[in-house]
Design a protein. Structure first.
Length: 183
């Protein structure tokens, strides 16, 4: 297994610096005992296509996978501890069509999926909708947001009808810029 990183990560409580040459690999797999990644850990890994997230991570930091333009698949283990998707975490991941977020995710920060042009489905496994920062999935420009988000669907298989209704209302708040669906 390899861990790609442009910065440092914490391994068994110690800060580690990865080898620079691994940045050009096509797949990133976090060892299960990696508990933290630095901001921008996989940023600008232009060849990265798949990433498997460690079961020990509690958050995806800001810009973690930003500008990974060929990234199509991010896999979280069913026992994932991730509760937060950081700001711009998947910004400009132009090849990503869908993502399934773990049930413990309670926060999706600003511009987490900004400029993910092919993104059509965000599957949320939790029973309650996460808190979303303003324009968490989209752009701040309402003209682009309407065009780009009308085809995006939040799939929420574990949410009750009542919770889905609350989520729809939540997404209509000012500065959310979401025009897609909740199912």
């Amino acid at each position: 297994m390899i861990l790609l990183s442009a910065e440092s990560f914490v391994y068994n409580g110690e800060v580690q610096k990865p080898e620079v040459q691994v940045i050009y690999k096509e797949e990133a797999v976090d060892p299960d005992n990696v508990t933290s990644l630095g901001r921008g850990a996989f940023s600008v890994c232009k060849k990265l296509k798949k990433a498997k997230v460690s079961k020990s991570l509690t958050k995806i930091p800001g810009e973690a996978f930003s500008d990974c333009t060929k990234l199509t698949q991010v896999t979280f283990p069913s026992s994932s501890k991730v509760t937060k998707i950081g700001d711009m975490a998947f910004d400009n991941c132009k090849s990503m069509k869908s993502i399934t977020l773990p049930k413990k995710v309670t926060m999706i920060c600003d511009e987490s999926f900004h400029w993910c042009d092919k993104l059509r489905t965000i599957k949320l496994l939790g029973k309650k909708h996460p808190k979303l920062k303003s324009y968490c999935v989209f752009t701040t420009d309402t003209i682009f947001a309407k065009k780009r988000t009308k085809n995006i669907t939040f799939k929420c298989p574990n949410m009750s009808k009542k919770e889905k209704k609350k989520f729809r209302k939540y997404l209509k708040r000012p500065y959310m810029y979401f025009y897609g669906k909740v199912k």
